[in-house]
Design a protein around this ligand. Structure first.
Ligand code: PLP
Length: 396
């Protein structure tokens, strides 16, 4: 028998779909994947060189659990320069990816029975991490017509005496939308009034289009800064998903508690990756704008193409690298003799018949949508869209 804890969570549905797609690929099927959640760019050369140098210099031993001082300083400088927030080194922890920072926060803050508010559509790991820490995810729906921003009055309806935290993510995975200042201020006001924490996952802050700006949640004011744990990392901004470097910044008591937990689980993130991360933050940043302008070209293409398909309507994302089209117009129909009733059915049909992999909206708590990552080549996107059009044409 396994623990109740692990039985309470389902395997990540995005991973499940990827696994199925990989199996098909392995058996020789030419699958085009829109399922990926990582940049398709290589980690910049200067960052790789810093890692190689770290190995050659013998920087291959344990480090302080919460990260090496030069990296924490580089993070503090980045937060000051990019985000107008001041954090001392003891208010920062480096973890094995932003996902690990988020997990440490859950371990440090949640007790059995605590309620954690998660706006839907959400990133799949949030509810799982809440459940793994014996707390209760409370979902609040957001709406496409509000650009998927959480309405303060809807948030307020879900606040109870057990509300411990709200997990925010902007620019958002999966919707690609971001928050404006007024919306963030309304949320901050409620957090202060009802005394709960904001866990602000800003991992996509650098991937924004059309001049959209990013407002860092703790920059809203001195009092909300004390109720915020900011999460960020290098996976998306510097194409470093495999290196496993993320970080959190927040009140020192919480960061210290996270460090205590990290010290008894993973200990420090890889020394080599930390050395590389210092270079990522201190070195030239032009890689990012090059990557973002390439994403932008694909974004424009894929959104236009999706909107040209009858039954699909797609909002224009502000950031990240996902299209999140509404597909209700495709449901309830029969395609090549197969009845498709929901986002999972559609995704499976598209994988098996059209050989394109994507993630059903239900995985993100949003039936009636699918998520298509455009972190793949323009050629793949063109071919995938062609297959999608053929697959949904001629429905009965
Ligand atoms: C990719 C991602 C992360 C985690 O990234 P790490 O590789 O663990 O640093 C966190 N939040 C969201 C919303 C993501 O998409």
């Amino acid at each position: 028998m396994l623990s109740d804890r692990v039985s309470a969570i389902k395997p990540s549905p995005t991973l499940a779909m990827n696994t199925r797609a990989k199996e098909m690929k392995a058996s020789g099927v030419d699958v085009i994947s829109f399922g990926v959640g990582e940049p398709d760019f290589d980690t910049p050369e200067n960052i790789k060189e810093a890692a190689i140098k770290a190995i050659r210099d013998g920087f291959t031993k344990y480090t302080p659990v919460d990260g090496i001082p030069p990296l924490k300083e580089a993070i503090a400088d980045k937060l000051r320069a990019d985000n107008s927030v001041e954090y001392r080194p003891e208010e920062i922890i480096v973890s094995c990816g932003a996902k690990h920072s988020l997990y440490n926060i859950a371990q440090a803050l949640f007790n059995r029975g605590d309620e954690v508010i998660i706006p839907a559509p959400y990133w799949v790991s949030y509810p799982a991490q809440v459940l793994l820490n014996d707390a209760k995810p409370v979902f609040v729906e957001t709406h496409e017509e509000d650009s998927f921003m959480l309405r303060p009055e809807e948030l307020e309806k879900h606040i109870t005496g057990r509300t411990r935290a709200l997990i925010l993510n902007y620019p958002s995975n999966p919707t690609g939308l971001t928050y404006n200042r007024a919306a963030l201020e309304a949320i901050a006001g409620l957090a202060l009034r009802h005394d709960f924490y904001i866990i602000s996952d800003e991992i996509y802050e650098k991937i924004l289009y059309d001049g959209a700006g990013h407002i860092c949640f703790p920059s809203l004011g001195a009092d909300i800064r004390q109720k915020t744990i900011l999460v960020n990392g290098l996976s998306k901004s510097h194409a470093m998903t495999g290196w496993r470097i993320g970080y959190a910044a927040g009140p020192s008591g919480i960061i210290k508690a996270m460090s205590k937990i990290q010290g008894q689980s993973t200990s420090n993130p890889s020394s080599i990756s930390q050395a590389a991360a210092v270079e990522a933050l201190r070195g030239p940043q032009d890689f990012i704008s090059g990557m973002v302008s390439e994403f932008d070209k694909r974004r424009r293409y894929i959104i236009d193409e999706l909107n040209s398909i009858e039954g699909i309507s797609c909002i224009v994302p502000d950031g990240a690298f996902y299209a999140f089209p509404g597909i209700t117009g495709l449901l309830g129909k029969t395609y090549n003799g197969r009845k498709v009733d929901d986002s999972s059915g559609l995704s499976l049909y598209l994988l098996e018949e059209a050989h394109i992999a994507l993630v059903p909206g239900i995985a993100f708590g949003a039936e009636g949508y699918i998520r298509m990552s455009y972190a793949t080549s323009m050629d793949n996107i063109r071919e995938g869209i062609k297959r999608l059009k053929t697959a949904v044409a001629g429905a009965e």
